[in-house]
Write a new protein. Structure first.
Length: 697
């Protein structure tokens, strides 16, 4: 059923219902509705502490009950529902929450039509914490409007609608009269419309405003623009081109170039049956090398660590086991193996009570042996296992993997069913120190080899440019070589940027109109600027989720219809921003993440926490999102839950770390008794961990 009540909290606070005159909202009720709309369901103790900070809790709780009763009598229905945790009924729409949703969905054109200050004119001096929260939210709403205005301003200016762009620039200036960025927009747009005197008058007003408010002159950048306007030398933006489709040769270069020596090393180690580790800087071509090599040896399976795995123990292992089981849906799994599998994939657990917690090293050994048996069953027909992006693996998964692969070499060989070869790849300098030690030990024992990938040389990059269709222009290719620094990924991103901007032509790079940077993240950011607003918001939501996301999950985080997000997702896949359930490359993920405004980031984290909690995600992962979303009060109990989960799996170090995190948050919230309990639990697990190290069990 469609919502039938509307709370107007932007501007004059009032409640509108079906066939009723608007009801003016008392200030504390209005604040209560605003808090529940923007923060979600909240414990009564938190609400009463905000609304009646000077009253005893029993009195404050009674005040809240009376306020809710009056609301029920006035409306004839329960708009605020729940027991100890209360929230808003779905039948109530709140304009402040709708504005927030427009922000997450990137619907900037609609957002800038919504006006009004949150809870305008209502005083909360007697509620200090509530007053601080409202002030922060008002600032956040202003920031969202400014972001939306900048986005629409850029879009309309690029589209050639200078009149509308000037309106938006003035609106941006109304929000922040001392913003030199807004003044420069106004100056440039007046000039582009042919009104040079108006542009210079705008500069004079900018200078007067800054001198009056701060006693300073405009920045050199603003003064330079004024000089260019005076001389008539302001560059006129080119007519925007439609987004170019990336050719297949760029989506997947046909040849692996410049890795003959490394290929020979891989081949020799593979024939000897050694484990292989390939390390190198981001974008140097590790994934392409190891997957092409594995494919040359027959069937292979690729496991990948993903950003965010490290926050939730066994995330990487769970993803890998799920891939293996789904690969063999007809597999007959022995009951004891299925029981252990259920620890990380509950949907595969046998009927009945859950397995007992892992209480000793022997229990962990039984779990690992069960998982090894599962792997051997599902590896049938697989020649090579590729474990990519090992630097993202969570620690327990990494330890399990090292155990499995090291024990493969100790087990008797069956010529009829040989074990697959193992290749791991990771970024140089980003593995956990204990994992580095394990890898070095395996190399010293001769069980493994390590190959370091260096950047490609100039001649080899020329061959890659041939494959990519780069024009045979010496100056252009020399500049591409200089900017790429020998990184195949960087070269690919630059070429994509040039194709999409329509400048990949002979001699195009010799001018100054394309000031490329020597940082791959900034080149990727240039490409992101050409995405539609819905596609960019979908990419941002995915980067906050970090791993194991799909269209449905992203749509839920954004609060958008799935079909709308599916259309945006197709755009992201075509632009090689995402692929499957992850980003096309982790450097693309990092560029998307770095470009999220702080207020939008915290909002997306809170939405991600809600979404993942509903889907049954691990407590540590949900807690991390609440923490990043600024909700310490919701993160603290979840870190306690994560600590207990880790202890039940005999992950003593991880459990101690989660107890410590919870203790810090509880202390920050003023819950010192709870913090003390968490610290005692941390000490207990650390003592148990030392005992295990000393005694071996």
């Amino acid at each position: 059923m469609s919502p039938v009540w509307q709370a107007r909290l932007l501007g004059s606070a009032r409640l509108e219902g079906p066939g009723e005159q608007p009801l003016a909202l008392e200030r504390k009720l209005a604040a209560c509705l605003a808090y529940l709309a923007l923060e979600g369901a909240t414990h009564r103790s938190r609400l009463v502490g905000l609304l009646w900070p000077e009253s005893p809790e029993a009195t404050a709780r009674n005040n809240l009950s009376q306020m809710l009763r009056k609301l029920r009598l006035a409306t004839g229905t329960d708009l605020i529902v729940g027991g100890e945790r209360v929230g808003l009924t779905p039948e109530l729409r709140v304009d402040a929450a709708e504005l927030r949703d427009l922000t997450t969905q990137g619907r900037h054109a609609e957002l800038i039509t919504r006006g009004g200050e949150l809870l305008a004119g209502l005083p909360y001096d007697d509620c200090p914490d509530l007053s601080d929260w409202i002030a922060a939210e008002r600032e956040r709403f202003l920031e969202w409007r400014a972001q939306a205005l900048r986005s629409e301003l850029g879009r309309t200016e690029r589209g050639g609608d200078l009149e509308r762009a000037l309106e938006l620039a003035r609106a941006l200036l109304d929000l922040d009269p001392v913003s030199e960025d807004a003044w420069r927009h106004v100056m440039r747009l007046h000039y582009l419309r042919g009104d040079r005197p108006a542009a210079l008058r705008a500069y004079q007003r900018c200078r007067e405003t800054l001198r009056r408010e701060f006693g300073v002159d405009p920045l050199p950048e603003t003064a330079r623009l004024a000089r260019e306007i005076d001389l008539g030398t302001v560059p006129v933006p080119a007519t925007p081109r439609p987004r170019a489709e990336l050719p297949l040769s760029v989506l997947r270069p046909p040849h692996l170039v410049g890795r003959e020596r490394e290929w020979a090393q891989l081949d020799e180690a593979w024939e000897r049956g050694q484990m292989i580790y390939v390390e190198g800087d981001p974008g140097v071509g590790k994934t392409r090398l190891v997957t092409d090599f594995a494919a040359s040896k027959g069937a292979f399976i690729e496991f990948r660590g993903r950003p965010g795995d490290v926050h939730q123990p066994f995330t990487s292992s769970a993803r890998n086991y799920r891939m293996l089981v789904e690969r063999r849906p007809d597999l007959q799994i022995k009951p004891w193996v299925r029981q252990e599998l259920g620890r990380v994939l509950p949907e595969y657990a046998p009927p009945g009570p859950p397995p007992e917690p892992l209480g000793s090293g022997a229990d962990v050994l039984r779990y690992r042996q069960a998982m090894m048996r599962l792997c051997f069953q599902t590896y049938e027909g697989i020649g090579t296992v590729v474990a990519d992006d090992l630097q993202f693996y969570d620690h327990p998964s990494t330890r399990d993997g090292l155990y499995f692969f090291a024990n493969m070499f100790a087990a008797p060989r069956d010529p009829e069913s040989p074990f697959p070869r193992v290749i791991g790849a990771y970024r140089t300098g980003e593995l956990m120190p204990e994992v580095v030690r394990d890898v070095e030990d395996l190399v010293r024992q001769g069980v493994a080899i390590k190959i370091r990938l260096a950047p490609l040389e100039g001649d080899v990059l020329g061959t890659l440019m041939d494959d990519l269709g780069v024009p045979d222009d010496r100056a252009l290719r020399s500049r591409l070589t200089q900017y790429s620094g020998g990184s195949p990924l960087f070269l690919l991103e630059i070429v994509k940027h040039l194709i999409e901007s329509g400048t990949l032509t002979k001699g195009a790079l010799s001018g100054v109109q394309l000031p490329l940077t020597a940082r791959v993240g900034e080149v990727i950011s240039r490409r992101l600027e050409r995405l539609s607003a819905p596609a960019l918001q979908a990419a941002r939501a995915a980067s906050v989720l970090q791993s194991d996301f799909d269209v449905e999950t992203v749509a839920e985080v954004l609060g958008s219809p799935v079909l709308d997000v599916a259309e945006a997702w197709a755009e992201l896949e075509a632009a090689q921003i995402v692929g499957g359930h992850g980003f096309w490359h982790d450097l693309v993920y990092e560029a998307v993440s770095a470009g999220i405004p702080a207020s939008v980031r915290s909002l997306l984290h809170r939405r991600a926490a809600h979404t993942l909690a509903r889907s049954g995600a691990g407590a540590a992962r949900v807690a991390r999102h609440w923490l990043e979303g600024g909700r310490d009060d919701l993160a603290a109990p979840l870190f306690l839950e994560a600590a207990r989960e880790a202890e039940d799996r005999f992950q003593l170090g991880e459990g101690a770390a989660f107890f410590a995190q919870s203790a810090r948050l509880l202390a920050r919230l003023g819950h010192h008794d709870g913090a003390e309990v968490a610290l005692h639990a941390q000490a207990r697990l650390e003592a148990r961990q030392r005992e295990v190290v000393e005694t071996g069990h």
